[in-house]
Design a protein. Structure first.
Lengths: 319, 92
């Protein structure tokens, strides 16, 4: 019988004295690993509370989310909760940190390319599109102050690049506090750890795509982290086709089209998952200059080219 | 004189518009995209786009100074390979 990645995680967890579970959330596999099996229930309850709140605040695919209300009311001030304000501020910070490479105002471009509903419901193949090549409206035009937010007229935001990573950071912290042990939270490969790590650290497989049902031996490398966050951005994930054109979800805000750089997958570790995800996404969009960009900022990273050959930055383990 | 100024302004506007389209085209590889893979692409310059800028002020008043450092996270280490993995990090 074929061993899946899920099976591999369960076996490795047993061997290391850890406990693991996974379930679907935020349109992606959520995974929780704890160092104390009897704390799993408390840890999972804490994670699920965070995911429920983030989904209600920042989902682009729920009409009742704060993000949907803000998008619908572009041009007007809209009251926002502290959690949504934080998610929006994180997205704006990510845009500022990356000089606009990671820009939440690509929402309208994503919709025009066909990613207009939860990804599982997006038709994998459909007819040709007519698209406009134009820069995103620009994160600088997002206004956030005194519990209110306003988007420029005609703009829609998508927080996919940062909200999932923020959720991982918040969920890991909440779970570690609730369970009183070491925890790892993965949301589709956006990983945050908190609490005391296992003696040997957290062993994590690096892949193009996070899919727990794939065969266990199909992954690139296993590394170990002890704190902070790890994120992977890949043009191999969330792909669809229009008029014979392969599209993916990592849009270049300068054109509103899928990034076409030399890197198919970039993995980064950092002090938080938000920071790791921001850097990995920016690297895919930046393209050829990404290794130097990451190196200069002290990120440890693994970049995989279209030919599948990995390149390593700073102290990412070579193997 | 006014007409000449107007014409000069038109020429300058057109030149700026053409440059914006060229920039967007370079970024997007528009020719290749349109011709090779079947997308119908309309080139429309966007007057207000400023997403690639890294030197302005955000809505919160903070100055933009480029990307931060990686923070205090420690570097990952190599696995001994024998223990397997408890999670995956890939695109999603």
């Amino acid at each position: 019988m074929m061993l899946t990645r899920r099976d591999e995680h369960a076996r490795a967890a047993r061997r290391l004295g850890l406990s693991v579970c996974d379930w679907p959330a935020l349109g992606t596999p959520a995974q929780l690993v704890v160092t104390a099996a009897d704390a799993m229930a408390d840890a999972r309850a804490a994670v699920e509370r965070v995911l429920r709140d983030i989904d209600l605040a920042a989902s682009r695919f729920r009409e009742d989310s704060e993000l949907s209300r803000l998008n619908t009311a572009a041009g007007s001030w809209v009251p926002v909760t502290p959690l949504f304000a934080r998610a929006l501020q994180v997205a704006v910070d990510a845009a500022r940190w990356t000089g606009g490479l990671v820009d939440p105002t690509v929402g309208e471009a994503l919709i025009r390319l066909g990613y207009d509903r939860t990804f599982a419901a997006v038709p994998a193949v459909a007819g040709p599109l007519r698209v406009r090549v134009s820069a995103a409206p620009g994160w600088q035009r997002i206004e956030l102050a005194d519990g209110r937010a306003r988007l420029p007229v005609g703009a829609r935001i998508d927080l996919g690049a940062t909200a999932k990573a923020l959720a991982a950071d918040l969920a890991a912290a909440a779970a570690a506090e609730a369970a009183g042990c070491g925890v790892l939270v993965s949301l589709g490969g956006d990983i945050a750890v908190a609490g005391e790590a296992p003696a040997g650290g957290w062993p994590i497989a690096i892949d193009d795509v996070t899919d727990l049902a794939l065969p266990a031996d199909e992954h690139g490398q296993v590394i170990v982290i002890r704190d902070g966050g790890l994120a992977t951005s890949s043009t191999r994930a969330r792909r669809w086709q229009r008029g014979g054109v392969e599209l993916h979800h990592l849009l270049d805000p300068r054109s509103g089209l899928p990034a076409r750089g030399p890197w198919r997958t970039v993995s980064v570790t950092a002090s938080t998952c938000v920071l790791a995800n921001t850097a990995s996404t920016a690297a895919v969009i930046l393209g050829a200059d990404a290794p130097g960009w990451l190196r200069d900022r002290g990120f440890h990273a693994r970049l995989v080219g279209a030919d599948g050959v990995p390149m390593y930055v700073n102290d990412w383990p070579r193997s | 004189m006014t007409d000449l100024h107007t014409r000069r302004a038109d020429v300058a506007d057109r030149a700026r518009a053409v440059e914006r389209v060229r920039t967007a085209s370079r970024v997007a590889g528009v020719g290749a995209v349109a011709a090779a893979v079947g997308l119908t692409v309309a080139l429309v310059p966007h007057a207000t786009g400023a997403a690639a800028s890294d030197s302005s002020t955000s809505s919160t008043g903070a100055s933009t100074t480029g990307a931060p450092s990686a923070g205090s996270g420690t570097a990952p280490s190599a696995s001994d390979g024998g223990g397997g993995s408890v999670a995956h990090s890939g695109g999603s």
